[in-house]
Design a protein around this ligand. Structure first.
Ligand SMILES: [Zn+2]
Length: 372
């Protein structure tokens, strides 16, 4: 992250995986830099406004980071292309994978410097006019090659680690654990109402409404628009219902908070633990792809929603299990189902083909009425 003169304010790397475990599926370098910036500002640090800041990234930002960068209003300089999840995955630099309303905003902020030479890495510059200190700058071929190859060399290994979770048949119901079991105690420290509600698997009903309404009110009080996101496990137990904290950082939406807090709880239970403890944690607190995320408000075509969709993809990490097609549900629609499908179908291949993101409205009309 550079200031208006080109001085480095802060540099961060991807921290999704830590000690061989998923630490935080949203901990990409760009996302962390944005939260760092707003945390510093909240603490009174004299940082330039977002429009004077430039985030330089080795890899084309994913959908989550692109949504976050647009929502925050930073300038972006990109080196390598990510053909799976990058916002310009096809190297056409037309931002076609964004909803139309966001394309212009991205095109005015994202700059892809030229790479000179005649290798496969060579390209013309594309995108926005860069800040003054970047004008006329190009990326050296060797630098571009490194940015690209470092990603490709580690991608397969990371994906294998991220997709090594237990199948549905191996999971155990945390509601059967004693109230003083360490897993239940830690879950309730994270969210005191954990396990206080249960529905048929993947079928949230009106009983969820009081928990969602409480979080929605908190979200409003913390700078959001009254959204909340609940995570139910494969048995229908409520594990967590989170509001956003957008007064802290514009990108701290309810979904970002929900997925991050659950991942970090699992990480803490498994970090440094013996194998039996790790396995127990995996069986009782499964990967979210086995459960259901319930958004109080459905996604729309905004930058923050696009970020949420991207973060949802990063949370799933791989295909959603075939026996859980309704993993992503919302109560109140923000746009029509057809418009939402269009946004999802336009996303880069990782989201469109691997994860096949498809939010659907909850089927219980009493729950819809209770939040309306
Ligand atoms: Zn990212």
């Amino acid at each position: 992250m550079l200031d208006q003169h080109g001085y480095v304010l802060k540099a961060l790397q991807n921290n999704v995986v830590c000690e061989g475990l998923v630490f935080d599926p949203t901990a990409h370098g760009e996302r962390q830099l944005i939260d760092w910036y707003f945390a510093e500002r909240a603490r009174g640090a004299a940082l330039p406004p977002p429009e004077e800041i430039t985030v330089v990234t080795s890899l084309d930002p994913c959908a989550m980071c692109t949504g976050a960068l647009i929502a925050a209003g930073f300038n972006v300089v990109v080196a390598a292309i990510d053909p799976r999840a990058g916002i310009n995955f096809d190297a056409r630099f037309d931002f076609a994978s964004l909803p139309p309303a966001l394309r212009e905003r991205a095109a005015a902020r994202f700059f892809y410097p030229a790479v000179l030479g005649s290798s496969v890495f060579a390209r013309d510059s594309a995108g926005a006019a860069p800040k003054s200190f970047f004008i006329g700058k190009t990326i050296a071929e060797a630098t571009q090659a490194l940015c690209s190859l470092a990603f490709e060399a580690t991608n397969e290994k990371v994906l294998a680690l991220l997709n090594a979770d237990l199948p549905r048949s191996a999971l155990l119901d945390p509601a059967t654990l004693a109230p003083n079991h360490p897993i239940v105690r830690k879950l309730k420290v994270l969210y005191p109402d954990a396990l206080a509600y249960r529905c048929a698997p993947h079928q949230p009903d009106a009983g969820l409404a009081p928990f969602m309404r409480a979080a929605m009110a908190q979200d409003l009080a913390q700078g959001g628009q009254g959204d909340a996101v609940a995570l139910l496990d494969a048995f229908g137990n409520l594990l967590l219902c989170a509001p956003g904290r957008q007064s802290q950082s514009v990108i701290c939406t309810a979904f970002m908070e929900c997925t991050r807090r659950y991942a970090q709880l699992r990480f803490k239970l498994m970090q440094g633990a013996i194998d039996a403890t790790r396995e127990e944690a995996c069986r009782y607190l499964a990967h979210p792809r086995q459960g259901t995320f319930v958004f109080a408000r459905g996604p729309d075509a905004s930058a923050a929603s696009f970020m949420n969709l991207g973060a949802y993809g990063s949370t799933m990490e791989g295909p959603v299990p075939a026996d859980n097609p309704r993993q992503f549900q919302y109560v109140l629609p923000s746009v029509s189902e057809a418009d939402l499908a269009q946004v999802c179908d336009g996303m880069p291949p990782f989201y469109r083909e691997t994860i096949k993101i498809r939010p659907v409205q909850v089927s219980d009309q009493a729950l819809v009425a209770a939040l309306s």
